[in-house]
Design a protein around this ligand. Structure first.
Ligand SMILES: NC(=O)c1ccc[n+]([C@@H]2O[C@H](COP(=O)([O-])OP(=O)(O)OC[C@H]3O[C@@H](n4cnc5c(N)ncnc54)[C@H](OP(=O)(O)O)[C@@H]3O)[C@@H](O)[C@H]2O)c1
Length: 277
């Protein structure tokens, strides 16, 4: 039995692979970078602040893996080119790309969205994902192999009130995933998306840090809690590894069952039925 199990678990191993993770200095990106390193990958880390990246790089090198921190503003195309050049100069290939750095500068009605807010949101969440994928895709094409994982959001499937442009950008990421998967399958490049629900990171602290809002999320989530960043990283590991070798163009919704938002309503009905029985 163990003879069967060991080769299967080997399929999760990423020894000899190079991963590039954006937004790797904290939150989901940091958890992902560490998880890929635990599985054996060397990791290139990108975000805007070098000291934060270097702290993560240090954690990775202490595991015996190699790591390279590259300060990059992913809204800026020359900085994207610089990131890919530095990664290739150092490691000669890139096997895994995790497009994760994202943000939302404004909250509220779409009536109040300025052109600047639109450009900032789309520039990072969609344009940045596209042009980094394009640059890394060329490197992967030369090796006839690669896995690209895009972090979208459940807001890209069902709009989040007050997060209109963010929701549109994440819907774009889901279509970007399908477009690239369709075109690049011939180069053995797989492209998939993870659409998380609420995750405990700095990005979403305004939501989970407010007890009333947090309770609303928990009550409308089948598992009754929000996610930890490591739970998103686990799914990235699956998509990065050979275990998911036949999967491309897909979106994994990782929301603890938030789509089961009728849970509270159903439990009310069920308890009424129980009391009248
Ligand atoms: N947390 C949630 O509830 C949640 C839910 C669904 C989807 N998501 C998605 O998950 C992804 C990661 O979010 P998170 O929650 O982990 O956020 P986070 O903790 O705020 O981390 C964001 C990361 O992105 C980097 N970043 C921000 N702007 C950047 C830019 N212009 N160029 C390069 N790097 C930039 C940040 O580092 P610097 O500031 O140093 O640049 C940081 O490393 C995002 O795409 C987000 O939309 C999050």
């Amino acid at each position: 039995m163990s003879e069967r199990r060991e080769p299967f678990l080997d399929k999760f191993r990423l020894s000899g692979k190079v991963a590039l993770v954006t937004g790797a200095s904290r939150g989901i990106g940091r958890a992902t970078a560490l998880s890929l390193a635990v599985a054996g990958a060397d990791v290139v880390l990108a975000s805007r602040k070098l000291p934060d990246l270097e702290a993560v790089a240090q954690e990775i090198t202490s595991m015996g893996r190699r790591s390279l921190a590259v300060t990059t503003n992913l809204r800026n195309l020359p900085e994207i080119d610089n990131l890919v050049k530095k990664a290739v100069d150092e490691f000669h290939h890139i096997d895994i790309l995790v497009n994760n750095a994202g943000g939302n500068p404004v909250f509220g009605s779409v009536f109040n969205i300025s052109e600047k807010a639109w450009d900032v949101t789309m520039g990072l969440n969609l344009k940045g994902y596209f042009f980094l994928s394009q640059a890394v895709g060329k490197v992967m094409r030369d090796k006839n192999a690669g896995s690209i994982i895009n972090i979208a959001s459940e807001a890209g499937i069902r709009p989040s009130l007050g997060l209109g442009v963010y929701s549109m950008s994440k819907a774009g990421v889901i279509m970007l995933t399908q477009v690239l998967a369709q075109e690049w399958g011939q180069y053995n490049i797989r492209v998939n998306t993870i659409a998380p629900g609420l995750v405990k990171t700095r990005f979403s602290e305004a939501l989970w840090g407010n007890p009333t809002i947090r309770r609303g999320f928990e009550d409308s989530t089948a598992l009754g809690r929000i996610a930890e960043p490591e739970e998103i990283a686990n799914a990235v590991l699956f998509l990065a590894s050979e275990v998911s070798g036949y999967m491309t163009g897909q979106t994994i919704v990782l929301d603890g069952g938030h789509f089961a938002s009728v849970r509270t309503l159903l439990s009310t009905i069920t308890s009424k039925e129980d009391s009248s029985a």
